[in-house]
Ligand binder design. Sequence first.
Ligand SMILES: [Zn+2]
Length: 356
Amino acid sequence: MAPPDNHRYSRQALFAPVGDAGQARIREARVLLVGCGALGTHLADFCVRAGVASLTIIDRDVLEASNLQRQALFTEADLAAALPKAVAATAHLRAINSAVEITAHAADFSHENAEELAESARATLILDASDNFETRFLINDMSVSTSIPWIYAGCVGSRAVAMPVVPGRTACLQCLVESVPPSGGETCDRTGIIMPAVLSAVALASAEALKLMSGNAAALIPRMKTVDIWTGERSSVDASTPRNDCPACARREFAWLSGRHATAGIKLCGRNSVQLLPATSRRENAPINLAALARELQSSGRAVTVNEHLLRVSDATSGGSAVPLELTLFADGRALVSGTTDAAAARALYARLLGG
Ligand SMILES: [Zn+2]
């Protein structure tokens, strides 16, 4: 049974700027969390422990062994069960605070579902825990078009960055960053990532989130703040004023939300894997019967892992590479192919195993 609110949240409410009034507001906050990796699990933990009304999580990935070093909530048992991250996180979050309404979507956050998701979640705040600028520009478009504030957050190596965006008041992401920056070798896969950098980004982002959720918007720090937790270097860029020629918040051109930049196969963040999205027509059909498909693939001698969320099969013959490609299929037809960054090789494997 959940403990009484007046005791449970007493230390947070004792902090003067929050107070009982702020805590009551936090209990009405409805958070949409995009991404459930390193940043996402820690931010989800923060939201649920702080006592928000609801948390809706969307994440497209399945848990991998290399995630356990820095991603909170997950256990070796989750890894063995081959669970999608959003599903695994939800079970732990419910155990932490049973009073919070938690919804998980093991799906890709895209221009096709972004608005529907924010609407069904009745989101009052969006938290960015993604690992790429395409997703962040999409969140930014959605935020500016709906006036729901969001917090940008990121981390790589020993560096962390965060910025609050309140449409109509502060600069938005596009005011400061015009287009998707070239990766320049800076991904968690190539540069690595240490837990203190994750926690620094979580600290910067969750502080601004707490201000917004508790009715302390006046205390927001409208700057893009960067900190290197290893060297101690810090910098920040003013984001207090919207740019008067910003494509998103001034001209209200939502290129990302309209799908102008959408791609059919998305290369994931330096992780040697490709995501394939089925045609819209297929997604409108009945979900794929994963158990039946697993039996079919097993009868042709393939090693298959299947659970209620996904089916995983490896293919040693594909791509001519030494490492077998591995395909993870979800019931809506979405697939992740690991072992390659070649979208054509990934599509070929998908077609061979699943008949296109
Ligand atoms: Zn802007």
